[in-house]
Structure formats: C-alpha cells, structure tokens
Design a binder for this molecule. Structure first.
Ligand code: GUN
Ligand code: ZN
Length: 435
C-alpha cells in the first residue's frame, strides 16, 4: 500500500564513487526531472519522474519542488560540539588557541544544563546547514556526551560521538586518568553505542594530552567492543608535531604514536593530516584509516594546506570536516568553497563532482556508513536535502548564466551556505524547514 509513501519530484543528484577512481562522468547520477520515493524512512525508488510515476501506488503523496536540487544529507567527519560558543576566536595558532579559548570553553560542560543547551544549539545549526551525520567531539565530561546523544536521538539522527580522553598537559578540571577515562568511556559505550542510529567513538584528544598508559586503554576499548570508532587529531600544526616528537621519543613520528597503541583501523578517523610523509600516508591506507580534511580550520589557525592529491595517490579514505570551533562555518558548502581555495594555493583544482563526493559519499565511506547514508540508492536511509538554487538574489542571477550541472554545482558551493538549504530530512522525516 502507498500509505505514508511520499514521492519527491525535483532535480536529483547523488554520488556513485570517487571521481579519482571512476572518472568525473561516471562518479555521479543525475535526474533533471527526477523522482525519489520514500517509505518507512528508506528510499524505495529513484529515477526520472516519467519512469517512476506510472508505478506509484495510489495513496502516494507527490511533493514537487521547482528549481531545487535533492541531494543526500551532508556528512561532517570532524567537529567539536562544545566549541560552538567559541567559534571565531581571534589571533592564535593551535596550541595557544587551545589554552586561551578552547580549554576555558570546555570546562563549562561539567554542568549538564549547559551541555543540553549547547547540544540543542549545535544540532539545530547542523540541520539548518544540511548536515545529517557527523563525527563529534564531546568534552572530557561524560555528561557532555549524554546530552549530545539525547538530543541526536530526539531527531533520530545517525551520529557518532565520544568523550574526550585527556590525562595530561591540560587544566586539572579537564583531565581524566587512564582508569577513569576507560571506565567513563565504557559506561557511555554501554549506554549509547548501537542505540537507534547512534555510534560511539573512542576519543583521545591528541597525542600530547594522553599518556602512553591512556593511549593503551583506548586500544583496549576498541578491542573489547564491536564497531567502535576511533577519533583524534593528527599532524595539524608544526609546533604540535615537534611537541609530539619530544613527548614520544621512542616512536618514529606522530602517526606511529597512535599505531604503536593499536589505534589505526577502518573506523579510525584522523582530523587534519596536513603534514604527512609518504610512509605515514601508506600506513594510513594499509590500515584503511581515514582523514578528515578541514579546510576552514586549517586556514583559520594557519596550520597549513592539506595535500588531497597525495592522499588520493595513496588511496586514503578522505572525508570533509568543518572542525568547528577552529573551523569558521557549519556549512559544508562553505567548507567546500575553502577546500577549493586550498587546492588553488597548491596549483590543483577541486572539481565540483569531487567536492560533492567529499561532502556526501566520501564522508560516508570514511565513516564506513556508505550502506546506510551518503547516497540516494534505494534501500538506504532517507537522509536528504532540498537545496535552493535561488537562495540569494546573487546566486539566482548567477544561476541564470550557468549552462551545465557542474557549473550550477560549483556556484552552489562557492556562493551557498545555510541559506541554500531549504529542507532537511532524516529517516524520511522533515526535521528542518528554512521557510
Ligand atoms: N588538537 C587537539 N585538540 C584540538 C581541537 O580542539 N581543535 C583542533 N583544531 N585541533 C586540536
Ligand atoms: Zn578538531
């Protein structure tokens, strides 16, 4: 029966694979006058409207959008929800920025009421920017993760998060110990991992703030539970890298510190990786680990330019991350705008289809979620967006000059932001509407 079945008619685009592997023309699927049928939270059918319509069951509701583009929901592979209130903090590079702005902001999450308030603001911000799945840092406080997951669960979002593990080189109020970090993480795993659409990420902040003993407990947690993620930072800033060498003289480099503690693997996501050598790239690839490319953050903190072609050559899984609050926008469109410029500064290009892949299927693959989200393949979860080509007068005027899909996409990514997101859906339910 067609009860509860909805058919969405608009232009529809999704990604089929990495343009670096398939070539640009084979990397996407596009229906100019398309139709996507959604039933029980999943995508039932996708194609040209003229082909889908005759097969619709009689009770099906049709929703027609003019001059709009339906895409999968965006996937943000690296973001800190506790840093929502300190985005746009002036003047420092990574290590001073952490001390002066980040650590003070994170201390407030000892208060569960504060954590709940910021969780609401943060998730609303994700949804109005079209992000339906994210890999999210909490703070050291377990209650920060309880608040985040509770809010995500209310919207039935597919989300990954974890409590920060940090037992040194940080204010006392923000440190745990190897024992308490292990125990608190384990309790959160038991409470949240696999509940509905939620997943847990073991989250050592970065090598400088964890003792070798604590990194060992992170590895132990990953061995003791199926399907956990590992989420941390890697080779973001030159001073940070020097500090890691001083703290871990036994290890051959930054990545080796994590490798030594068995923290690499197919659900391991490393934010940044701006300064990696070929050996490190090779090791990331052979362990099927992923990198989160965070262009607005890398520019804002003056960290450096991520070398995407190097990652492609080594076939490393790469997703896109906003890295709020070092990142300066929740918008994955604005993040792509900056990614394009990061490539320009290195003499390469970022094609709009590659960009679109990074924000959707590439992110899903980096998170091993591509069977669930990141495309509009029938059977997958109906997390999708309605994007508006006429979001602003300038975008609307510019779109009139655009001849091809890739040109329209490029304009959308360069000029677009939250204003271009008309509606956001999760599991077939509309959970945000701009107008
Ligand atoms: N490295 C360790 N912690 C952080 C953080 O909170 N943000 C960024 N950008 N890098 C980090
Ligand atoms: Zn970060």
């Amino acid at each position: 029966s067609g009860s509860g079945t909805i058919a969405y008619r608009a232009s529809i685009l999704d990604s089929l694979g990495d343009p670096a592997e398939l070539g640009l023309e084979n990397s996407y699927r596009y229906f100019e006058d398309g139709m996507m049928v959604v039933q029980d939270g999943r995508i039932l059918a996708l194609g040209e409207a003229a082909e889908i319509m005759p097969g619709l069951s009689s009770g099906t509701t049709i929703r027609h959008y003019e001059d709009a583009l339906i895409t999968p929901g965006f996937i943000d592979t690296h973001i800190h929800y506790p840093q929502t209130g300190m985005i746009a903090s002036y003047g420092e590079q990574l290590l001073d920025w952490l001390e002066n702005y980040t650590f003070p902001a994170e201390q407030k999450f000892a208060d569960p009421a504060h954590a709940e308030q910021v969780s609401e603001i943060f998730i609303n911000e994700l949804l109005r920017n079209g992000t339906t799945t994210a890999l999210v840092f909490g703070t050291v406080h377990p209650q920060s993760v309880d608040a985040f997951f509770s809010t995500a669960e209310k919207h039935n979002l597919r989300m990954i998060a974890g409590k920060v593990m940090m037992d040194r080189n940080a204010p006392k109020a923000l440190t745990d110990t190897p024992e308490s970090g292990y125990r608190d993480s384990k309790a959160l795993i038991e409470r949240w991992h696999g509940k509905g659409r939620l997943h847990y990420a073991v989250t050592p902040r970065f090598a400088p703030t964890s003792s070798p003993e604590q990194l060992a407990t992170a590895g132990q947690l990953l061995r003791e539970h199926e399907g956990l993620y590992m989420h941390t930072h890697l080779s973001e800033n030159r001073n940070e890298i020097e500090w890691v060498k001083e703290l871990f003289p036994e290890q051959s480099g930054y990545l080796d510190v994590y490798d030594h503690h068995n923290l690499l693997g197919k659900r391991s996501v490393f934010a940044h990786g701006v300064h990696l050598c070929d050996e490190e790239c090779q090791r990331l690839a052979e362990t099927d680990s992923a990198i989160a490319f965070c262009p607005t953050s890398n520019l804002f903190l003056g960290s450096g330019l991520f070398n995407l072609p190097q990652a492609e050559q080594h076939k490393i899984k790469v997703g896109l991350g906003t890295d709020v609050g070092a990142g300066t926008s929740f918008s994955m469109l604005q993040t792509l705008n900056e990614a394009y410029k990061v490539m320009q500064l290195q003499g390469s290009k970022l094609h709009p289809f590659k960009s679109f892949y990074l924000a959707t299927l590439g992110g899903a693959r980096a998170l091993e979620l591509d069977q669930q989200v990141g495309t509009l393949e029938p059977g997958s979860e109906a997390d999708f967006l309605v994007l508006d080509y006429n979001a602003t007068p300038l975008m609307s005027y510019r779109m009139q000059q655009a001849k091809s899909l890739d040109e329209r996409l490029f304009v959308l990514m360069t000029l677009g932001d939250d204003r271009a997101v008309k509606e956001t859906f999760a599991m077939g339910r509309k959970i945000y509407s701009r107008d």
